[in-house]
Design a protein. Structure first.
Lengths: 468, 489
């Protein structure tokens, strides 16, 4: 095959990514023309088109550009999950920031950040990991800082400093891997078993870099502050899209990493720390956005149960993908309701009586986050537990299960006031809908359908993963 | 063949959707839908009963693919152990709906939750797929949480929270055990029939799975020392919630003990049977003595549940220890019948306490006296149910407990110390009847109205069934025995 036709062959697999880039660029151009609505429409159409064009890739397992980018279960499903999630985030942003200065730049930044997350999820090369982290971070700083008030600026600053340090550590550690294997390809990590020290340094560094992105403890400190300072819609986006990208990237790394490096135990320890820290911290939050931030930290720990099983259990990939889809739906849904209701726990008081449908929807999202059947979160966590036990990490599953009990206490802190009778005094705190409430409702209705539907139709995803 | 099991299972859910769709309907209409749906469900359960069970296998199995990739499917069916419990569930729910027809506080949500609970309960008993079982098991938990939190008494939020967290903590080990059994089966499947026919785990793995399951079912049953949630939840739950909680949901624990622990890890269960027996005996005695110390009628009945469910655990443990199939069948017949009897008797008692509380707004025994004079129907109903509860021959508990004790005598005579529980419950019920219904009448209750038509409609079928099971238990036992006699493990 000549170089040229190899190139076009490779590019044909990257059509979705290219379209996302075009969507981001076009959106920016339309914003310069001061056409925010057109920018929004362009971004949405582009992302949905990219998602549709990903469908034929289901079941493909190959790599392009000499193995540096992988087209496999994880990267294909990352597109199918993250692109619609970005569209929902765009709607939430529109509802929150419509009419504000430079609104269109937010849409454009969301597209570019999602592109970074997609690069992460399919990364087959250490350089691509760095690129992905940078791409998804640069846009995120600006997104957090967008409101240009003190809180947002401070949040973005913390976020930026944290990202710079962890990013540098990651690059530093990756040089050890490069030195030991003579290649930046992740597929060559298999040679690392001869260089245990280099392997260990690199492993810690990669977990630091990706752990920050996925908000794994102890690299999560930026998340609650950033989410709190940012617009709620941006917090919703950050808690879903870059996080799933980074988790999938971690799965790509450990796929070829020899288990003699001890990575499964390291990842399992991080999982324990992340789940427990996240939920314990969430127990004392009074701000719902901060509570959901800590909850999303803890949920990241659950993802790691699928990571430890990579290479050990056939359930590993299916559990990661199903839980990613479930997590995206229930978390976006919960944030959407928060955006429409208010950031304090008081705002939820008596909600089940004042706006019963939204109250029930919120209950469904939170109960799904706990992992109670028959909702999507249950199917995801169930598969994760199965994968971890299959990989002989039963003790980790026990810890995860105990954390699920703790999580019930966390989420009941929102559910209980919603159903409290006579809690109408909270009504004064409810943020009046800003004329874009239909958009918010549309988002949580879609999320609700996925959260309930995926509980029954997990087979839709499982079938494609099994084929791959 | 009509898929009658599935139709019965999902009828309540259909009713719930109907109620949700008719948001502007009046409370009367909503309760009407609830009663009609649960009556149809009872008809469905009777239909399943008429079709009957077969020895050595599950009958009336209905199956649809769900997640074939991981070996999960929608599989339902019945055998002699689950079928009586399905019928009991359908009866109790119908009566509960009739009893609750007075609820005027958010009737829509109330009926929807109760109907969801009914589907979840029937589903728990009819599931033949472990994943499906777990789904129904947990949905029942969530529905009951909202039931207690929404319509309970003074301290309902705390009680509901305790119930939810305690039983979720209790049920998650079951998930571990299910995953263990799943990964141990080859090819991987969640089909409970396969797990029963060829127990997937052996040795230490089987013992660990058994311990996890025992924890789950001990919390649910509840068995000492995991029973502490029960009195709190019962006292705060609305009367209808208490009836379902005690009459139906406690059986999830003993049903699971039988279906999962005994049938899927039989060897490990036999090894641990003596320990389980000791716990059962202790739980039964503890429940009886704890009940003796209560002054609140509802707490008293809640603790007698611990006592009665303890006998079921004794029956199952004795069955595991028994070497002769005949003795084993006697023990299991007794255990299953005990579940049915307890559902009927405790259901009646909780209804009666609820009716008393509606009238007097108190449940303290000391505040009553001589009520037989003012409310003879209510009083005599209570006396009958209480006599049934203390195990009087001719009433529902007697044939069940008799068989359990008979098998115990043959297998482990020392364990017969548990009979002491009967003496204690007899004492405490006589004391309760003496304080509340006989003795010197108190003027303040002179205007208390006796049972109205709705309440008679609720109680009459239950009391008739209590007598029917007590006098001629064979109409239930024949079905049970067909399965228990063919069990091989």
């Amino acid at each position: 095959m000549t170089g040229m036709s190899q190139m076009s062959h490779d590019l044909s697999y990257l059509i979705p990514e290219v379209i996302v880039l075009i969507a981001g660029g076009g959106t920016l151009a339309l914003e310069m023309l001061r056409l925010p609505r057109a920018a929004l429409a362009f971004a949405i159409v582009g992302l949905l088109l990219a998602a549709c064009l990903t469908l034929p890739l289901l079941g493909v397992d190959t790599s392009v550009f000499g193995g540096t980018f992988r087209i496999d279960t994880l990267s294909v499903w990352a597109k199918l999950i993250l692109l619609p999630s970005t569209v929902l985030s765009l709607l939430l942003v529109r509802a929150e920031l419509a009419g504000s200065d430079r609104e269109g730049t937010v849409y454009s930044l969301l597209c570019f950040t999602t592109f970074g997350a997609l690069v992460l999820a399919g990364g087959g090369d250490a350089m691509l990991l760095v690129l992905g982290v940078l791409l998804s971070s640069l846009g995120a700083f600006a997104l957090v800082a967008y409101p240009r008030n003190d809180a947002a600026t401070e949040a973005a600053m913390k976020f930026f400093v944290f990202a710079s340090v962890t990013g540098s550590v990651m690059i530093f550690g990756l040089t050890y891997w490069f030195g030991a294997t003579g290649s930046t390809l992740l597929a060559d990590l298999a040679h690392l078993d001869k260089a245990p020290l280099a392997a260990a340094v690199g492993l810690v560094a990669v977990i630091t870099g990706l752990g920050y992105k996925a908000s794994l403890a102890p690299f999560h400190f930026w998340a609650p502050d950033a989410y709190e300072g940012a617009p709620v819609a941006v917090a919703a986006y950050l808690s879903v899209v870059p996080k799933i990208g980074a988790i999938f990237a971690l799965a790509q790394v450990v796929r070829d990493l020899p288990s003699t490096t001890g990575w499964p135990l390291v990842v399992a320890s991080v999982a324990v720390l992340t789940m427990s820290w996240g939920y314990l911290a969430a127990l004392v939050q009074d701000n719902v956005v901060r509570l959901l931030a800590y909850s999303s930290i803890a949920q990241a720990g659950y993802f790691l149960l699928g990571i430890v099983a990579v290479g050990e259990s056939p359930l590993a990939y299916s559990s990661l993908v199903v839980f990613a889809a479930a997590y995206a739906a229930m978390n976006l849904g919960a944030f959407a309701i928060v955006q429409g209701t208010g950031r304090t726990l008081d705002a939820f008081s008596g909600m089940a009586r004042t706006t019963p449908v939204a109250g029930i929807a919120m209950t469904v999202f939170l109960i799904s986050l706990v992992g109670i059947p028959p909702l999507a979160g249950f199917v995801g966590k169930f598969l994760l537990f199965g994968a971890a036990i299959d990989a002989h990490f039963t003790w980790l599953t026990v810890v995860a299960i105990l954390n699920s009990v703790l999580s019930l206490a966390v989420y009941l802190r929102i559910i209980v006031p919603m159903f409290r009778s006579g809690g109408d005094e909270g009504e004064g705190n409810v943020i009046p809908p800003r004329g874009n409430a239909p958009l918010i409702i549309a988002v949580w209705v879609i999320a609700l359908m996925v959260t309930v539907g995926l509980g029954f139709a997990g087979q839709l995803i499982l079938a494609t993963v099994a084929r791959a | 063949m009509l898929p009658i099991v599935s139709m019965t299972l999902f009828l309540p859910l259909l009713g719930a959707l109907l109620v949700m769709a008719s948001r502007n309907a009046s409370a009367r209409v909503v309760h009407g839908i609830g009663i009609a749906t649960s009556a149809l469900t009872l008809a469905g359960a009777l239909w399943i009963w008429l079709r009957g069970v077969q020895p050595g296998a599950f009958a009336q199995v209905e199956q649809v693919d769900w997640m074939p990739t991981i070996g999960a499917a929608y599989r339902v069916g019945v055998d002699g152990i689950s079928l009586p419990l399905v019928l009991l569930t359908a009866v109790l729910f119908l009566l509960t709906f009739i009893f609750s027809a007075k609820v005027r506080d958010r009737p829509h949500a109330y009926v929807v939750l109760m109907l969801m609970l009914e589907t979840a309960s029937i589903g728990t008993f009819t599931s033949l797929d472990a994943l499906l079982f777990y789904v129904f098991f947990e949905v029942s938990l969530v529905s009951m949480y909202f039931m207690i939190a929404g319509w309970g008494y003074e301290d309902r939020q705390r009680a509901a929270l305790m119930f939810f967290i305690y039983t979720l903590l209790g049920s998650l080990p079951l998930l571990l055990a299910i995953l263990g059994l799943y990964l141990g089966s080859d090819p991987h499947t969640f089909d409970m029939r396969v797990w029963i026919a060829h127990p997937p785990l052996t040795g230490l793995a089987a013992m660990l799975a058994l311990v996890a399951m025992l924890f789950t079912f001990a919390v649910k049953t509840p068995m000492f020392p995991f029973h502490t949630w029960l009195p709190v939840a019962h006292v705060q739950a609305p009367a209808a919630g208490s009836v379902i909680l005690a009459g139906v949901m406690l059986k999830f624990g003993t049903y699971g003990l039988l279906r999962f622990a005994l049938e899927m890890t039989p060897v490990a269960f036999r090894d641990a049977a003596v320990v389980i027996l000791v716990f059962g005996v202790f739980s039964a005695l503890y429940g009886a003595f704890a009940a003796l110390a209560q002054t609140d009628l509802k707490r008293l009945i809640a603790y007698t549940s611990v006592n009665h469910m303890g006998y079921v655990i004794v029956g199952v443990a004795v069955a595991a220890l028994a070497t002769s199939p005949a003795v084993r069948a006697i023990a299991l017949d007794g255990a299953v019948l005990q579940m049915v009897s307890h559902g009927l008797v405790t259901g009646a008692l909780f209804f009666l306490v609820g009716m008393l509380q509606d009238r007097a707004h108190t449940r303290e025994m000391d505040r009553f006296g001589g009520l037989l004079k003012y409310v003879p129907l209510l009083g005599w109903s209570f006396v009958l149910a209480a006599f049934a509860s203390l195990g009087l021959p001719g009433l529902a508990h007697f044939p069940a407990e008799f068989q359990i004790f008979l098998a115990t005598l043959r297998v482990e005579p020392l364990a017969l110390i548990v009979i002491l529980g009967i003496v204690v419950t007899a004492g405490l019920y006589l004391r309760a009847i003496g304080k509340v219904f006989s003795g010197a009448p108190r003027e303040q209750w002179a205007t208390m109205p006796d049972l109205n038509l709705r309440e008679v409609l609720v109680l009459a079928p239950l009391l008739a069934l209590i007598v029917a099971v007590g006098v001629a238990p064979s109409w239930v036992l024949d079905t049970v025995h067909r399965t228990t006699a063919a069990l091989r493990f």
